[in-house]
Ligand binder design. Structure first.
Ligand code: BV8
Length: 237
């Protein structure tokens, strides 16, 4: 691909699996033993704040004990080396892309290490437990909540993501089941706008048929190989 080519990369839980972070629809489709409807909706937060806050506290603490894997590191290397436009859009709320060195990154479903005030909308870097009723450092309301996008809420950064998808020459999807929208629809938008489309996943996703090419295997093997190919072809271009 020539230097001016623009790339959008969507990542999901599968890219963090080899770092030890559980995926969502693996073992029986339970999230750490919970049904998604019980823990990832505004209704669940209102009805059972203790459960929802505890669910995110547990995961926030856990992601601080794991490390980025070769797939995260390879994407960060591509981000640093690619002269054209590049955007990593992650559905993940862990900080493994950042810790690997990625810069051009959007967390469309929010982030574990961030807390949001449900009253004033202020956000704060947050590493510790966040019990229900935590006081907002900005407006003092007892309204702090996990800064994640629940089902039924609007994903973050969608204007920038939409523009990047319409402009890109290549759309790559890594480690996602294609079960959650609007992320699952990105391949169709990019493809309709003329982009080439590539899926790197352990197994066929729900959207595999929409990709021009799919490669199956662990991300820690597929992603470094793909990045090496991109950088060597680009260097020769
Ligand atoms: C919204 C919170 C409106 C943080 C999450 C049609 C159109 C639009 C919306 C909808 C629609 N139909 C239904 C909806 C509503 C809903 C939805 O999609 N429901 C689903 C269940 C049908 N969507 C929403 O509500 C979204 N909001 O639509 O607002 C709007 C839309 C556009 C513009 C403006 C407004 C909000 C959705 C966000 C929900 N929050 N997370 C958290 O707790 O983590 S979603 C949750 O699922 C995570 O973010 C996760 O990332 C995401 C997707 O899961 P995956 O990442 O794909 O993980 P999964 O386990 O499923 O799959 C892992 C894959 O990796 C597998 O394929 C596996 O084979 C592979 N793998 C495993 N190991 C490896 C591997 N691959 C490579 N290597 C390995 N080693």
């Amino acid at each position: 691909m020539p230097e001016s080519s623009s790339i959008v990369i969507l990542t999901g839980a599968g890219i963090s699996a080899e770092s030890g972070v559980a995926t969502f629809r693996g073992a029986g489709g339970l999230w750490e033993g919970h049904r998604v409807e019980d823990v990832c909706t505004p209704e669940a937060l209102a009805a059972n704040p203790e459960l929802v806050h505890r669910f995110y506290d547990m995961r926030r603490a856990f992601v601080q004990t794991v490390e980025p894997n070769a797939a995260h590191l390879a994407l960060a290397q591509l981000d640093a080396a690619w002269a054209g436009s590049l955007l990593i859009v992650t559905q993940n709320v862990d900080d493994l892309h950042e810790r690997a060195g990625a810069r051009r990154l959007i967390h469309m479903h929010g982030a574990h290490l961030s807390a949001l005030c449900g009253d004033c909308g202020a956000r704060f870097h947050w590493r510790d437990p966040l019990p229900p009723g935590s006081i907002c450092p900005s407006c003092a309301a007892p309204a702090m909540r996990p800064d994640v996008v629940f089902f039924g809420e609007v994903p973050y950064g969608m204007d920038k993501v939409d523009a990047a998808l319409r402009d890109c020459d290549l759309f790559v999807s890594i480690g996602t089941s294609g079960a959650v929208y609007p992320a699952a629809g990105f391949v169709r938008l990019a493809g309709a706008m003329g982009a080439d489309t590539l899926e790197l996943n352990l197994e066929p996703s729900q959207g595999s048929s929409f990709f021009a090419e799919s490669r199956f295997g662990p991300a820690s093997e597929l992603v470094p190989a793909w990045v090496e190919g991109m950088l060597s072809r680009h260097a020769l271009a």
